[in-house]
Design a protein around this ligand. Sequence first.
Ligand SMILES: Nc1ncnc2c1ncn2[C@@H]1O[C@H](COP(=O)(O)OP(=O)(O)O)[C@@H](O)[C@H]1O
Ligand SMILES: [Mg+2]
Length: 358
Amino acid sequence: MYIERVTLKNFRNYENKTVEFKDGLNVIIGRNASGKTNLLESLYCLGIGKSPRTNKYREMIRWDSDYAYIKVTLKKNRSTHTIEYSIDSQDKKRIAIDGIPLVKLSEILGMLNIVFFSPDEMRLIKESPQERRRFADISLSQQNKKYFYSLSKYNNVLVQRNKLLKESRDMRSLPEMLYGWDVQLAEHGAYMIGKRYEFVEKIQTFAKKIHLEITDGKEDLQLEYESNVQYGDVKEMQTVFFDKLRSNIEKDTNLSYTSFGCHRDDIAIKINGIDVRKYGSQGQQRTVALSLKLAEIYLFESEIGEKPVLLLDDVLSELDLYRRQKLMELSSGLQTIITCTDFDMDLPRNTVFIEKKE
Ligand SMILES: Nc1ncnc2c1ncn2[C@@H]1O[C@H](COP(=O)(O)OP(=O)(O)O)[C@@H](O)[C@H]1O
Ligand SMILES: [Mg+2]
């Protein structure tokens, strides 16, 4: 799939702007604060349904306006589709695909698949487990709607459960009050854990190969999903999950939060057996992040038979020449939209200049 065109109205610094893209490499060139990240943010929104950098949708509306509108035309399996996305000043979002409004915003997932890589994502390796779970969750949600459904349910139930733990004064009635939430947490949690184990296993096969190539055969990358629930039959995982929640009630009441579950899991990342999260150099951590993001592309292809669109925000300046070349080599054959202040690589491309005055 590839994006043919995007139109932005009152989105961030853009009053009214249309940008045309080609399949293959697109280079967006502009000075600092000219709106390069904003442009990629708009594309990300249409793929994932939300911004990569804010949960406050209103922030994306142009300062002197009361709505923002994004329209993307994309080519998918040789047919053309449009996605429209609008936000009003009450934070209300509306999405339409091919002119038909979506009832549920999450239906947008899977229409335009995105792999996004920015200097922030480079911190994926050394940041908190939350970032690594987010990586898996965003990728899985795009590939599998059921996963996204379970993830939203799980998060909602978790908030309710924590609220009860915090507010409940009566320990005797608490187990009964939590029962319904625990059944749901275990059901959705076990499903998610199973999918995350499989995700890590699959992405590792691609990431291992890519990482070996980028590091000249020196670094053996290993990934492992870290959870207190062992991989197995989903019903069995659900039972383990449920029993653990129930036996933790007293502990959780003292802590005022749910101490067990897939919201506490992590992905272990090792190079030649050593934990890169803790001991990797900055360069190693960046290279691993790069390998993981590139692996995500191949995973998309093998899972849904189509390559995603790769958005690269300002990452070239963070990589040395060799890694830059590897990145461009491994991402050829799909639509890549890359932002930078200047581009000196000799590659066939579509170049778009962004002026600050927009
Ligand atoms: N809601 C908004 N309305 C108008 N301008 C905005 C809004 N949000 C951000 N901007 C402007 O966008 C610019 C940053 O754009 P950005 O895409 O991050 O630049 P860069 O080209 O460096 O990636 C800033 O100058 C900021 O003033
Ligand atoms: Mg930027």
